[in-house]
Each structure stands twice: as structure tokens, then as C-alpha cells.
Design a protein. Structure first.
Length: 201
């Protein structure tokens, strides 16, 4: 059972960071789209405080939806996804990101059963991403045909409300092993961002 008084302050900081998501480093500016799924942001924040992934996500769903997943019959297995890409804002290159939840069915071919690619480790100073290109249309806020770094965690049990379509990422055309990259990152581990813009291979 959650003790709200012990995590209320931490939650307020996490929600504020998720809501007001522009940061700047010496290298670039990073903007988190306002349309990002706050459940993913809160989950990541709770993990940075030491919570296990499922516990962190249970709390995120409870805090945002008032739903206690332990007592829900209708739960969906989902992956928590962050997409990173670069855009020009007034002549300045800006790293942008958006956070979404996708059904585990989106990743059936991308993470083949028995394949340990999803658990591959990267050297210090780098982080595991998957290099992809978005399809036509405005995919989760990214322009059509954008090169993106995809960061994935999960799967976790989640509420089924608000799951997005996975069609714009064309995951069925790639596998984890084809797309995996160890990308240099900047910033502290809890707030690391890719050091450079993704390129389509």
C-alpha cells in the first residue's frame, strides 16, 4: 500500500519536471512535448528514486487516473517509450522528445522471443537506443520521416486507457538487433539526453 505522505514531495517535483520540460545544456536545448504521457514521466521519476519499474508505474497510474492496478481486472501489457529527435527552432537545433505507452503487441516481431537484445548493455557514458525512422503523418508529435532514437522499458502492466497506435513506427520492418545502438549521452543518469541528433542509417 502506498504511503502518500512519504512520496508527495517527490511526486510534485516529478510532475513539475514532466509538465515544464525544457532544459538547456552547453551542447543543445531539450524540449519534452507537452502531449507526452505523464504516466511515463512519473514512472521514470519514481524509478530514479529507487522504485522497481512495475511499482513505479502502478503509482503513476494511481496518481494520474486514480486506478489501483492491483484491483483492476482489465489491465494491458505495455511498453513505455521515449522518442528523441532533432528539430530547428528559430535557427537553433533542439533535441525534442515525447513519451508514449504502446501495447506489447507492437513489439512482437521487434523483440523476438528468447532474444536477449533488449537486455544488451552499453559502455559507461552511453545508453541503449533503437534507431528508427517514423512513417508518414505526424507520429506522436514527430514530423513525418524523422530519424529517431527510441528508448524502451517494460513491459509493464498498465491501464488500457489512451494507448496509441504503433503503426507510425513500422516496428514490424525492424528487429531489435538491426536497430540497436549505444549512443553517447550528456547529463546525469536520471536526466541523460542523447549527445547528438539521430541519423537514419
Amino acid at each position: 500500500m502506498w504511503c502518500f505522505s512519504s512520496v508527495r514531495g517527490a511526486l510534485m517535483v516529478i510532475v513539475a519536471a514532466a509538465t515544464f520540460g525544457t532544459t538547456a545544456t552547453a551542447q543543445s536545448t531539450h524540449t519534452v512535448l507537452a502531449s507526452s504521457d505523464v504516466r511515463v514521466s512519473i514512472t521514470e521519476g519514481m524509478q530514479s528514486l529507487g522504485f522497481e519499474l512495475q511499482d513505479a508505474h502502478d503509482f503513476a497510474v494511481l496518481a494520474t487516473e486514480g486506478v489501483d492496478l492491483q484491483y483492476e481486472e482489465d489491465v494491458c501489457l505495455t511498453y513505455l517509450v521515449t522518442l528523441w529527435w532533432c528539430d530547428q527552432d528559430g535557427g537553433t537545433e533542439t533535441m525534442k522528445s515525447t513519451k508514449v505507452r504502446l501495447s506489447d503487441s507492437c513489439f512482437g516481431g521487434f523483440f523476438p522471443a528468447g532474444n536477449d537484445c533488449q537486455d544488451a548493455l552499453c559502455p559507461p557514458g552511453t545508453r541503449r537506443y533503437y534507431a528508427l525512422e517514423t512513417g508518414d503523418g505526424f507520429c506522436f508529435g514527430t514530423p513525418a520521416g524523422s530519424c529517431v532514437h527510441m528508448e524502451v522499458s517494460g513491459p509493464v502492466e498498465s491501464s488500457c486507457d489512451g494507448l496509441l497506435s504503433c503503426s507510425c513506427l513500422a516496428l514490424e520492418q525492424n528487429t531489435c538487433e538491426q536497430a540497436i545502438k549505444c549512443v553517447p549521452v550528456v547529463g546525469d543518469p536520471a536526466n541523460a539526453t542523447p549527445e547528438s541528433c539521430p541519423a537514419c542509417d
